[in-house]
Design a protein around this ligand. Structure first.
Ligand code: G3P
Length: 224
């Protein structure tokens, strides 16, 4: 499983990309809204951080398939985006219709706002490169986010689909742990949860012990 950053906060992104092997960034209108800055200002800053090797998943805000395609083409052209750009398309009826149109236009697709295995399978059949099930939002309505992710992963294996799972919507480290254990290909996670899953109090304690025990004994001069 690879890790993506589910934030448009520039300070958070700089921090995450500096320290961790983050494979890309995902955004949606809510994430952009949290920064209280327009997309035209925020996207170039995100692109600077992501570069052209890591993935950039940007959600379309249009509701009609033809408009979604126009929107995706506009972003791609305006910001000179290449194969690392993925148009995030919600699995509405128009969204399913837009997916093959985008693929025909040479634009990668991430199907988003997925809550069931059937929505994911339909999106995969419509050509989506990634499908993004919302784990915590499912858990929050007494449903089972991890089980949905597992069923989607199983379908992909069973039907030999090229689509991959980008699990999204996390509120706990345990949710991330569990989606990795059921074989999700990727997880997109906020800054706080990535910080939490990367650390452990016993690691900190062990480092303190190493420092104490090795003090004055590491006497070999380190070369430049
Ligand atoms: O990537 C989808 C994600 O942003 C939704 O997360 O935390 O709003 O449920 P959340």
């Amino acid at each position: 499983m690879i890790y993506l950053a589910d934030t448009a906060n520039i300070e958070e992104l700089k921090d995450l990309f500096y320290y961790f092997p983050i494979a890309g960034v995902t955004t949606n209108p809510t994430i952009i809204g949290a920064e209280k800055k327009p997309l035209s200002l925020i996207l170039p800053q995100i692109i600077d951080i992501v570069g052209d090797k890591r993935m950039l998943h940007v959600q379309m805000i249009s509701n009609i398939a033809e408009d979604m395609v126009r929107e995706a083409k506009t972003y791609k052209a305006r910001f000179g985006l290449g194969d690392n750009f993925f148009a995030k398309i919600p699995v509405s009826k128009e969204g399913y219709r837009a997916m093959p149109m985008l693929k025909d236009a040479g634009i990668n697709v991430t199907a988003t706002a997925i809550f069931t295995q059937q929505q994911a399978l339909l999106a995969a059949r419509a050509g989506a490169d990634w499908v993004a099930p919302y784990v915590n939002r499912l858990d929050n309505i007494s449903s089972h986010g991890i089980e949905v992710v597992k069923h989607i992963v199983d379908n992909i294996r069973e039907f030999k689909l090229h689509t991959k799972v980008l699990a999204a919507s996390f509120k706990t480290v345990d949710q991330v742990h569990r989606v990795s254990m059921v074989g999700s290909h990727a997880a997109t996670i906020g800054h706080e949860i990535i910080e939490r899953l990367s650390s452990h109090p016993m690691t900190d304690m062990s480092l303190e012990w190493f420092e104490r025990d090795g003090k004055d004994l590491y006497d070999i001069e380190i070369n430049d």
